[in-house]
Design a protein around this ligand. Structure first.
Ligand SMILES: NC(=O)c1ccc[n+]([C@@H]2O[C@H](COP(=O)([O-])OP(=O)(O)OC[C@H]3O[C@@H](n4cnc5c(N)ncnc54)[C@H](OP(=O)(O)O)[C@@H]3O)[C@@H](O)[C@H]2O)c1
Length: 176
């Protein structure tokens, strides 16, 4: 299963024009209500993320936040920081082959992250589930979550909840 779990603006962006992500936390969460992320991550074996998303995470300047292996899609990156050598791996080539290779290592449930990465996976119909958390803001531009597709992809709504009275979190599963 290839799954997406992502915060998005009303107008469909995942980062603002400057790559900013502060708006993702604009809804106050004084009681630290769970947004379902930990539960989602507990069902994930590994992540595949685009280089831009990887670089954004690195730029947070915090301890490496993932306990699962991370495969970074990039045709330009030569190496990852030494301290991440055991948990971050650069991959490129055909997406289907990349996914097959990752499956062969025993990782079946994959978290697909990054706008262009998600779009490439969707273009090859390689996404099985999408969870979006819609933040009540219009960004007016930035990195779009979705792009053009060559065919319709039908999904069914598996669940939809309202978090913090403001954020609509919906999970869609691919109908095959
Ligand atoms: N709202 C959220 O929850 C959320 C979540 C994740 C990310 N973000 C934000 O979204 C932005 C990143 O999204 P993004 O759309 O710029 O890109 P991305 O998917 O993170 O990265 C794109 C890069 O991945 C590499 N790549 C290699 N093969 C690819 C393939 N088949 N398909 C797509 N990419 C491939 C390319 O790097 P090379 O040039 O090295 O080949 C490409 O430039 C960042 O600002 C990030 O912070 C937001």
């Amino acid at each position: 299963m290839n799954k997406v779990y992502i915060g998005v603006s009303i107008d469909g962006y995942i980062a603002d024009r400057n790559g900013g992500l502060k708006w993702l936390e604009q809804v106050p969460n004084p009681e630290n209500e769970s947004m379902g992320y930990e539960e989602f991550m507990s069902g994930i074996d590994a992540l595949i993320m685009g280089r831009n998303t990887f670089e954004t995470v690195l730029a947070f300047g915090v301890d490496w936040p993932y306990s699962k292996p991370v495969f970074v899609l990039s045709s330009t990156m030569q190496a990852v920081p030494t301290e991440l050598n055991n948990c971050v791996f650069i991959v490129n080539g055909k997406l289907e082959s990349i996914v097959d290779e990752i499956h062969s290592k025993g990782y079946r449930n994959l978290y697909i992250d990054g706008g262009r990465t998600i779009q490439s996976f969707l273009n090859e119909d390689l996404i099985d589930e999408i969870t979006t958390s819609t933040i009540p803001i219009l960004l007016g531009g930035g990195s779009p979550l979705f792009g053009d597709l060559t065919k319709h992809l039908e999904f069914k709504l598996a669940s939809s909840t309202i978090l913090l009275n403001q954020i609509v979190q919906s999970t869609y599963q691919r109908v095959r």
